[in-house]
Design a protein around this ligand. Structure first.
Ligand SMILES: Nc1ncnc2c1ncn2[C@@H]1O[C@H](COP(=O)(O)OP(=O)(O)OP(=O)(O)O)[C@@H](O)[C@H]1O
Ligand SMILES: [Mg+2]
Length: 233
């Protein structure tokens, strides 16, 4: 078991009250499996991803990742743990506009204090892996959306995190580009035996995953393909 989350609760403060988004969410992910997380808009998918990725802390419940109870960590240990074990991919790419493609990709390595030599070595590998071997010196705004998302994939995987979390990674791409980006993400995660949790509104994306989880009313259900109809675009 790579990840085990149990009895997660989360609420956003709202005009003096609390708006509960996650109610008693439990899930587990096996090492190396690819899982889709679907559910209607506002059902709490991104909120859950932020908890699993250590960006937010659950109000109650536990998250164990790679044998470590990381939901109990606080700063600065939480940030260090996240940098070592987790990679994020967002719908909006979230590249740093003032850094080059190369600088964006090696950022996770720089933050972990990996030597400049090794950074450059891994950079060459990853620029090839995402099929952008000559674009290292470009800035994000000089790339197409699909190219930017490939940079984001390299950045999410370069430090070899055990868990890769992707929040609607093809949501801003046309169908053809999205399919290409998705192929790349799944095959690279496969090659590196990484566990992948992908939030999506696309049936095509969900069907690429080995397993599908459905968020409904702040809880999570194991989905059966044939029965899931309402949450896809
Ligand atoms: N920063 C925030 N402050 C207050 N409420 C929030 C915040 N972020 C999200 N919410 C609320 O929490 C609920 C869940 O939001 P979340 O973004 O997790 O949904 P989602 O399933 O990712 O939706 P989508 O498919 O549209 O991305 C929504 O009701 C949303 O309005
Ligand atoms: Mg979302």
């Amino acid at each position: 078991m790579l990840l085990q989350a149990t009895h997660l609760h989360y609420a956003y403060p709202e005009a003096g009250r609390e708006h509960t988004v996650l109610r008693d969410v439990s899930l587990s992910l096996q090492a190396g499996e690819h899982v889709a997380l679907v559910g209607s808009s506002g059902s709490g998918k991104s909120t859950l991803l932020n908890l699993l990725g250590g960006i937010d802390v659950p109000a109650s419940g536990e998250i164990q990742l790679a044998g470590k109870l990381f939901s109990r960590l606080r700063e600065p240990e939480l940030t260090l743990f996240r940098r070592q074990h987790i990679g994020f991919i967002y719908q909006q790419f979230n590249l740093i506009p003032t850094l080059t493609v190369a600088e964006n990709i090696i950022l996770p390595l720089a933050l972990l204090g990996i030597t400049a030599d090794e950074q450059q070595q891994r950079l060459r590998y990853w620029l090839e892996a995402v099929q952008l071997p000559t674009r290292g010196a470009a800035f994000p705004d000089q790339l197409s959306g699909g190219e930017q998302q490939r940079v984001a994939i390299a950045r999410a995987l370069i430090h070899q995190p055990a868990l890769v979390l992707a929040d609607e990674p093809t949501g801003n791409l046309d169908a053809k580009t999205g399919a290409l980006v998705l192929d790349l993400l799944f095959s690279l995660a496969d090659a590196a035996q990484q566990t992948l949790l992908v939030v999506t509104h696309s049936r095509t994306v969900a069907e690429r995953a080995g397993r599908i989880l459905v968020m409904v009313d702040g809880g999570i259900n194991e989905g059966i393909y044939g029965e899931i109809t309402t949450t896809f675009d």
